[in-house]
Design a protein around this ligand. Structure first.
Ligand SMILES: *Cc1c(COP(=O)(O)O)cnc(C)c1O
Length: 397
């Protein structure tokens, strides 16, 4: 079958929840993806901030194959070595004390919200606690994660979602403070807003929220699903601020392409929240998923991924600044490490289509922002190549 025939079959069988690019993938290698007709694409999307180590990484693939031949699944009624190893390594890279494995980012958010509510419930016996989330945030598509996602368009048709959620303005401490009541149990935000347009938290916002949470015994939850796992040059973006959350979520890059998520918490929250019977999952923490996490963390260290992100993040920043000066269509450039965005004066879908035609994969964040989230192994040559194509695409418009 040719590409068109596959796409027709897909459209006849799949639920139409995505406007997909007209590409059927065959395989990947390093920074490149290849479609079934052999066309090669430089990838600055990474499967949405997932494929940090690049495609077809031999050591990673071998670790998965080895685990598949041992055991894939056992359930959480027993222990398995990959889960023990992965949990220890996650504690080490995050500085958190307790780990719960999930299958996705949204599910990690669900767990974090449940832990915060249980914490408040154990404190006063009430069930009317409020959670403050941010406008323009994104936390996932389940009913709970959607309830804290600050995009009314995503939520509207699915109301009522979980109740007692309030929204404040990201990076505006006073707007958060104005929403705090005696019933506030948690404040939740992304350390760097991803889908909402690549907005890093300011240092003062992070610090003020931390103080507020300490003063009022409010659980501070940071969503590091997109910005975590090295993307900003620190293992977790919050580590750049000297501020530690009480609960945090991680997913996307943490499984290197295997669907996993995780929520983690301090000992204090663990001692006063979820306990036996409060939460569970069939697949979460299964040996295959955890072998992936464990190997990903090892490879970050072996390949010194963080220093590459720091170096390439600066280089990408410089290159994108040049483009920003060159084209009036680019209104703003922001971001940190290998999570950067170009805000344009018009919708960027046409520009992205041009890029795809030239063999460069890009993704938007909102309608007017181009989001650059390449694999964390990206090199100067890859960035030069990307900028060359992007330059051509801007010139074409
Ligand atoms: C992608 C994302 C999620 C949701 O993760 P899924 O694995 O798609 O459920 C939650 N929060 C942030 C910040 C994300 O980028």
């Amino acid at each position: 079958m040719n590409m068109k025939e596959y796409i027709d079959e897909a459209e006849a069988a799949l639920l139409h929840t995505y406007n997909r690019y007209q590409i059927v993938w065959d395989h990947g290698d390093g920074m490149y993806l290849y479609d079934i007709e052999g066309k090669k694409y430089l990838d600055f999307v990474s499967g949405i901030a997932v494929f940090a180590l690049g495609y077809n990484h031999k050591a990673f693939n071998d670790a998965l194959k080895e685990q598949i031949d041992k055991i894939i699944h056992t359930s959480n009624y027993y222990y398995n070595i990959p889960a023990i190893e992965a949990a220890k390594k996650l504690k080490k890279i995050s500085g958190m004390d307790r780990v719960f494995f999930t299958n996705s980012g949204a599910e990690a958010i669900e767990g974090a919200l449940k832990a915060a509510r249980k914490y408040a419930f154990l404190r006063d016996g009430h069930t009317d606690h409020e959670i403050i989330a941010m406008h323009h945030s994104f936390h996932g598509r389940t009913m709970g994660a959607l309830a804290v996602t600050g995009n009314p368009h995503y939520r509207e048709a699915f109301e009522p979602l979980i109740g007692n959620i309030k929204f404040a303005d990201f990076n505006d401490y006073e707007s958060v403070k104005a929403q705090v009541t005696d019933k506030t149990c948690a404040i939740l935000f992304e350390t760097v807003q991803g889908e909402g347009g690549i907005y890093p938290a300011t240092e003062s916002f992070m610090k003020q929220i931390r103080v507020l949470c300490d003063e009022r015994d409010i659980v501070m939850i940071l969503d590091e699903i997109q910005c975590g796992m090295g993307r900003t040059g620190a293992m977790y973006a919050w580590q750049r601020y000297g501020v530690k959350p009480d609960i945090m979520t991680s997913a996307k890059a943490v499984g290197g392409g295997v669907p996993v998520g995780v929520f983690m918490m301090t000992q204090h929250i663990a001692d006063h929240s979820l306990t036996s019977g409060d939460h569970g999952t069939t697949y979460g923490g299964n040996p295959l998923a955890c072998a992936a996490i464990s190997k990903v963390i090892d490879l970050y260290e072996e390949q010194d991924i963080l220093s590459n992100v720091k170096k390439m993040g600066v280089y990408l920043y410089e290159k994108l600044e040049e483009l920003t000066k060159k084209y009036d269509m680019i209104k703003a450039h922001r971001g940190v490490g290998l999570m950067q965005g170009l805000e344009c004066t018009q919708p960027v879908n046409e520009l992205i289509n041009h890029a795809v035609a030239h063999g460069l994969l890009l993704i938007n964040a909102g309608t007017q922002i181009i989001r650059l989230i390449p694999p964390l192994i990206v090199s100067k040559e890859d960035i030069d190549h990307m900028v060359e194509i992007l330059d051509k695409c801007f010139a074409q418009l």
